[in-house]
Design a protein around this ligand. Structure first.
Ligand code: CTP
Length: 400
């Protein structure tokens, strides 16, 4: 529930503005008060009247309106909110916010804001991929701005790609995660690794594996929903960023280790990534040309991230959870890994082709701890994530 929480919703220009109406409805249902600022461009897609009817409050639009300024200055709009949500956040408003511009009410509110800001970007996929937008996003993230989405899919412009605004229920989940609404892990910090790593052979080739990142991403989402401030260090995957999670994308095992170290201290670390055990010792700076003898690839050991986190001394997370991807002798190998890696728990799963875990929607896992083995039925990966989160809640309860 979000009872008593005050959301200032900025609706900027974009076809996704209509989804803001569903978001307002969902927020109101959960007890939040919603006040809207509608930009000039936003008003071409939704009317102030619809926003006012659903929010049951006045809609603010004009910085230079005498009545607005005397009733409520732009400073007060942010002061009287607990969270500012920008949905949809157009490329334009992101650019203005990153640059510190303030030429209308929405950007003035943002610049003057002393409250956390959550943005739900929405734009054409080329605009989302544009260097300027990437850089603006990096600036905003560095300043602590939270983001949710965008999603991949068909776009209003008839193209396909990443840029569609996150669905209202995902924006709502990010808002709830932010407030740790009814959250058993509120105040806790979590680190999750997910996906494969890519080990470079030359600028165009790499060594990788079949991990989809689904399970790790689902765990990060479940931990965030339970209220933990969650950092997800992800190798290259097509999985969308889970709502309310701080996602840090990497390619190689070494980059993943550096990002994990930078995320410490955390209360719990869940290593779900399928980290390549080896890197390429003789990686080449230029593309290897064919002709003559086939090149010999030399492998060298990669750092074991799980083991290093478990041995991090004072910075060791209170709870360290690893995965064991096995194709045979599942439980025996998982028990051996628990010991060898110094982890507290190992989630063991069968990754043989018949198990269907790699890339599939389901997972059949066994939770191996120092006190025994708990076998779970075959479950959807989201359900595995939810159950694991419940166990983590139990293990961290009472620990300070
Ligand atoms: N892991 C890691 N860093 C590595 C290798 C593995 O953090 N360089 C973590 C994985 O995220 C997982 C656990 O260690 O939580 C076990 O990974 P798995 O691939 O099953 O085992 P390995 O240690 O790689 O051993 P093997 O491949 O021989 O089974």
């Amino acid at each position: 529930m979000l009872s008593g929480k005050r959301i200032l919703l900025i609706v900027s220009g974009g076809i996704a503005a209509y989804k803001a109406l569903d978001l307002i409805r969902a927020l109101r249902k959960r007890g939040a008060a919603v006040r809207c600022v509608l930009t000039k461009a936003g008003a071409r897609f939704v009317t102030p009247l619809s926003l006012a009817a659903l929010s049951e409050d006045k809609v603010y639009g004009d910085l230079f309106s005498l009545t607005d300024e005397s009733e409520m200055g732009h400073i007060r709009l942010s002061r009287e909110a607990d969270l500012i949500v920008v949905a949809p956040a157009s490329a334009d408003i992101m650019a203005k916010y990153a640059a510190g511009m303030a030429n209308d009410l929405a950007t003035t509110v943002l610049l003057a804001a002393d409250k956390p800001v959550l943005m739900a970007p929405a734009m054409n996929h080329r605009m989302w991929g544009a260097k300027a937008t990437r850089e603006n996003l990096a600036i905003l993230k560095r300043r602590g701005v939270l983001t949710v989405g965008p999603d991949e899919g068909d776009m209003a412009c008839g193209e396909f790609g990443t840029g569609r605004m996150a669905e209202p229920q995902d924006i709502l989940a990010a808002i709830e995660a932010h407030f740790g609404a009814g959250a058993p892990l509120s105040g806790r910090r979590a680190l999750v690794t997910s996906g494969p790593t890519y080990e470079r052979i030359d600028p165009v080739r790499y060594l990788a594996n079949r991990s989809s990142g689904r399970q790790g991403h689902a765990i990060a989402g479940a931990l965030a929903r339970a209220g933990a401030r969650t950092i997800l260090v992800s190798g290259p995957t097509g999985e969308p960023d889970p709502p309310g999670v701080d996602v840090r994308r990497v390619e190689t095992a070494e980059e993943m280790l550096a990002a994990c170290r930078a995320a410490l201290p955390v209360d719990v670390a869940v290593c779900a990534a399928a980290v390549s055990d080896w890197k390429i010792a003789n990686a080449r700076p230029q593309k290897i040309k064919k002709g003559g003898q086939a090149p010999q690839i030399k492998l060298a050991d990669n750092p074991d991230i799980l083991k290093l986190l478990a041995a991090a001394g004072k910075r060791r997370p209170r709870l360290v959870v690893g995965f064991a991807a096995e194709t045979e002798n599942l439980i025996a190998n998982a028990k051996a890994k628990l010991k060898a890696k110094g982890a507290d728990w190992i989630v063991a799963n069968d990754v043989s082709a018949k198990g269907g875990a790699m890339g599939g929607p389901d997972n059949k896992v066994h939770l191996v701890t120092k006190s025994g083995v708990e076998s779970w039925p075959r479950l959807n990966k989201n359900e595995v994530a939810r159950r694991l989160t419940l166990q983590i809640v139990g293990a961290l309860a009472g620990k300070t």
